[in-house]
Ligand binder design. Structure first.
Ligand code: AMP
Length: 157
């Protein structure tokens, strides 16, 4: 039977937001994407830090991230990718469950390329004005997230 929710640290991710799974990992759409197509890839096992991953989990996560990155870049007509892991609270990790951020990048999406890291952390609110995609970064509804995940299920993997 299919799983209804996936654990993401303390959060429960509804299956409708999850668009790809393996025995080891799952990929899901973001509640507060920094740019269009900002998704997360996560091990099913609740692992806090990168050093706690098994080799099999590490390979599976990056294999998915590599493939998804290429597909999302093309799907969103982007021209580059930011892959990012915030490993531990002092590195900006807010959810204590390893996850790779994948962010399709386009020319002019941020005034300065590296501002995306501040935006991922939501530390500098004024950066939102520089966002070409979503100025307010509000939490999205489960319905909106399900529509995005459906699209990816149709076109990716
Ligand atoms: P980090 O700050 O690196 O730990 O990243 C946490 C990421 O998880 C951010 O991109 C959040 O927008 C995202 N996030 C937090 N809660 C949820 C949730 N319930 N569903 C989907 N994404 C979430």
């Amino acid at each position: 039977m299919a799983v209804e929710y996936y654990d993401f640290g303390p959060h429960k991710i509804h299956h409708s937001s999850v668009f790809h799974t393996t025995d080891i990992s799952f990929a899901f759409v973001n509640l507060r994407p920094a740019v269009q197509g900002h998704v997360l890839v996560c091990p099913k096992r609740k692992v806090k830090r990168v050093a706690d991953l098994t080799d099999v989990e590490t390979i599976d996560l990056w294999r998915i991230a590599k493939k998804l990155g290429r597909q999302l870049e093309s799907f969103h007509k982007a021209s580059s990718l930011t892959f990012c892991i915030q490993d531990g609270p002092q590195a900006g990790q807010t959810v204590p469950h390893v996850h790779i951020h994948i962010l399709p990048r386009k020319s002019g999406d941020y005034e300065n390329n590296d501002d995306i890291y501040d935006d991922i952390n939501e530390k500098e609110k004024e950066l939102h004005q520089a966002l070409a995609v979503d100025n307010e970064r509000k939490d999205r509804s489960i319905e909106v997230m399900a529509i995005e995940a459906d699209e990816y299920r149709k076109f990716l993997f």
